[in-house]
Design a protein around this ligand. Structure first.
Ligand code: NAP
Length: 385
C-alpha cells in the first residue's frame, strides 16, 4: 500500500466535476418513490429502519453469530467504495465491485456524493439488478449529503442529484456526511486561500440542515435519514429540535476506537451505530508509516488463527458482536466474498473480552481538513474515543 500525500488527494478532479451537479435545476416539487410516507408516520419511520439494521445483530448475539444465510444476505452491510474507490480506482473498478457484491449476496450499498462515483455505481446497480432479475426493493441504498450543501434549501437538490446519479427513485437511507460545513460550492479545501470556506460546526446550522433532511422524508425521496461522524454531544444537540430521530450514526468504529460513550448514548436514544473503517482503512488518504495496522495486530491474528478465519473476519465479527452493522470496503472479488462469509465466524465471549482490552487507541480518519484554528483531535471529536 503506497501512502498518499495531501497533494494527491487534493489533485482529484473527479470531485470537482461532480460538484456542478449540486446546483442543477431539478423539479423539487416532484414526490419521488412509490413509498411516500404519510407525515403521521414520520416519527416511526427512522425507528423501523433502525430495527431492520439492528435485527441481525441482536440475532447474531443470541445465536453466537450464526444466522441463516438468507438472514445474513438481508442484513450484512457492504460499501461500494470509499476514498480509494474514488481516488485510487481505475475506471470500472467500483462498478465491478458493486456487481460482484450483489452477486455474492450483499444487500446494502453505502454510497456518498463525495466519493465521486455514484453515476458508475448507479449504472452497475441497474445492470446487475436486471441481470439477476432483482427489484429495487431487494437492495438497501445509503448515500450522504456533502458538507457544501448544508443550507436547508440546498439539501433537496443535493439528494435529487444523488438519486439521479444512482438511477433510483428513492434512497433507503440518507445521511449528513459530517456535522462540519464548507461554504457553498467548496468541494474540498486544498489551498491556503480555501481556509475561509471551512465553516466548522454550528448547532443552529445543523438543526436547519436536519429540517431539510426531514423534508426529504416528507417528499418520499428517502425512507430514512441519519447522520455520520457525529459525537454524542452533536447528536444530543440535533435531538433538541429534530422531528425525526436519526436512524443511524455512521462512525469510525473498531477495537482501537470502540467509542463506548457514543454507543451507549445512541442505544438509549434508539439510534443504531453503523461502523466504518472496521478493517483499519488501509486505503485512507492520510496514511502514516507509524500508524498501527489493525489487521496486523498480534491479538487479532491470534484470534484469527484460533477461530480458523482471517484477521479481517475477526474485525467484522467484532463489529457484529458489538452490535453494530459493518461496512467493509473491497474491490477484490475474493475478499468481497470472504467478508460476507464472516457470518460463519464464531467469536467467543473471551475473544470479545480480550479485544475490549486490546490496549491501543487509534483513529484512522481524524478528518483534520475540517479543523479550525485551535482544534485538536480531542476537542474536535468531543473527547469520543
Ligand atoms: N461516513 C464516512 O465519513 C465514512 C468514512 C470512511 C468510510 N466510510 C464507509 O465505510 C467503508 C469502509 O471504510 P474504509 O474504506 O475506510 O476502510 P475498511 O473497510 O476499513 O478497509 C478497506 C481496505 O481493506 C482492504 N480489505 C477489504 N477486505 C479485506 C480482507 N478480507 N482482507 C484484507 N484486506 C481487505 C481493502 O482492499 P481491497 O479493496 O483491495 O480489498 C481496503 O484497502 C467505505 O467504503 C465507506 O462506504 C464512511
Amino acid at each position: 500500500m503506497n501512502p498518499k500525500t495531501c497533494e494527491e488527494i487534493s489533485g482529484n478532479e473527479i470531485m470537482e466535476c461532480e460538484a456542478e451537479h449540486y446546483f442543477n435545476n431539478l423539479d423539487t416539487s416532484k414526490a419521488y418513490g412509490p413509498d411516500g410516507i404519510p407525515p403521521r408516520l414520520l416519527k416511526e419511520c427512522s425507528k423501523e429502519i433502525s430495527s431492520s439494521l439492528c435485527s441481525l445483530f441482536n440475532k447474531s448475539i443470541e445465536t453466537s453469530g450464526v444466522p441463516s444465510v438468507e438472514e445474513s444476505k438481508r442484513y450484512i452491510k457492504t460499501a461500494e467504495s470509499c476514498y480509494r474507490g474514488t481516488w485510487q480506482s481505475k475506471p470500472g473498478e467500483v462498478g465491478d465491485a458493486v456487481k460482484a457484491a450483489i452477486r455474492a449476496g450483499y444487500k446494502h450499498i453505502d454510497c456518498a456524493h463525495f466519493y465521486g462515483n455514484e453515476a458508475e455505481v448507479g449504472q452497475a446497480l441497474t445492470e446487475i439488478l436486471n441481470e439477476l432479475g432483482m427489484n429495487r426493493e431487494d437492495v438497501f441504498i445509503t448515500s450522504k449529503l456533502w458538507c457544501n450543501s448544508h443550507a436547508r434549501e440546498d439539501v433537496i437538490a443535493a439528494c435529487q442529484t444523488t438519486v439521479k446519479n444512482l438511477q433510483v427513485e428513492y434512497l433507503d437511507l440518507y445521511l449528513i456526511h459530517c456535522p462540519y460545513s464548507f461554504a457553498k460550492g467548496m468541494v474540498f479545501p486544498r489551498k491556503p486561500e480555501h481556509r475561509k470556506d471551512i465553516l466548522g460546526y454550528d448547532k443552529r446550522r445543523m438543526s436547519e440542515t436536519w429540517k431539510g433532511m426531514e423534508e426529504l422524508v416528507h417528499k418520499g425521496l428517502c425512507k430514512a435519514i441519519g447522520v455520520s461522524n457525529f459525537s454524542s454531544t452533536k447528536v444530543a444537540a440535533l435531538l433538541e429540535t429534530a422531528e425525526i430521530v436519526p436512524a443511524t450514526d455512521q462512525v469510525e468504529l473498531h477495537p482501537f476506537l470502540p467509542q463506548p460513550g457514543l454507543k451507549k448514548f445512541c442505544e438509549e436514544n434508539g439510534i443504531i451505530i453503523t461502523a466504518f473503517s472496521s478493517l483499519g482503512s488501509a486505503g485512507r488518504p492520510r496514511y502514516g508509516e507509524a500508524d498501527p495496522v489493525l489487521m496486523d495486530e498480534p491479538l487479532i491474528k491470534e484470534i484469527a488463527a484460533k477461530r480458523n478465519c482471517s484477521p479481517a473476519q475477526v474485525l467484522l465479527a467484532w463489529g457484529v458482536n458489538y452490535g453494530c452493522p459493518v461496512l467493509p470496503k473491497s474491490v477484490n472479488e475474493g475478499r468481497i466474498k470472504q467478508n460476507l462469509e464472516t457470518y460463519n465466524v464464531k467469536l467467543e465471549k473471551k475473544d470479545m473480552t480480550a479485544l475490549a482490552n486490546i490496549g491501543k487507541k487509534f483513529r484512522y480518519l481524524p478528518m483534520e481538513v475540517f479543523y479550525l484554528d485551535g482544534d485538536t483531535q480531542e476537542s474536535f471529536w468531543d473527547g469520543e474515543q
